[in-house]
Design a protein around this ligand. Structure first.
Ligand code: SIN
Length: 189
């Protein structure tokens, strides 16, 4: 799969018949909302967990020194809580560009706090994408994040804003919190 997945994503789902589409955000889409939306509601998806296993060449790192950002990894029994946005289909033009570094759109069932279910789109960077970095110890990930920066800013900002956004949703994600725990002393030293 090429580094830039935006052209592939345009072909993946025909959204032209939809008035609006639900988008599920689990990473930067929780705290950096640079797109218009009709409404937003906390929601979760089943069988996935967030992991800092994706390389970032275009936002929080560079092709020479990729940063580490989130993707979703299939994890039976796990629940991933994030923010769902109801958007007009044309918003995917912008989103496909923003998420072009290895992410593909997938339809997924998502569940709102009141139990209501809807189909929504989620961007997942699968293991076969060229920027995928894979697992590492949380302390190693924290060091990597502390040392990375790209056109969208410091990699540490991604993690800290995400952790705050998750807390606002009432979510304590152990993977994110462990990295935060290792990261904070590195930033103040
Ligand atoms: C998402 O936030 O849902 C996708 C990954 C990212 O942009 O951080």
């Amino acid at each position: 799969m090429p580094h830039d997945t935006s052209a592939i994503n345009k072909q993946r789902q025909d959204l032209s018949q939809h008035q609006s589409v639900w988008l599920f955000g689990y990473g930067s889409l929780i705290y950096k909302v640079d797109f218009p939306f009709v409404e937003r509601r906390p929601a979760y998806i089943e069988g996935w967990s967030r992991r800092f296993w994706q390389g970032s060449h275009d936002h929080r790192g560079t092709p020479e020194r990729p940063g580490r950002v989130l993707t979703l990894i299939e994890t039976p029994g796990e629940r991933c809580t994030g923010m769902a946005y109801r958007v007009s289909p044309d918003v995917f033009e912008h989103l496909d560009h923003r998420e072009k570094n290895g992410y593909l759109r997938f339809f997924t069932p998502l569940t709102f706090a009141n139990g209501e279910q809807q189909q929504g789109l989620v961007y997942i960077a699968t293991e076969d994408n060229a920027a995928f970095l894979g697992p590492a110890d949380e302390a190693v990930i924290a060091k990597h994040i502390a040392e990375s920066e790209g056109p969208s800013g410091k990699n540490s900002e991604y993690l800290l804003k995400l952790a705050d956004g998750l807390r606002e949703l009432g979510v304590i994600d152990p993977h994110v919190e462990k990295i935060r725990h290792h990261l904070l002393p590195l930033l103040s030293s």
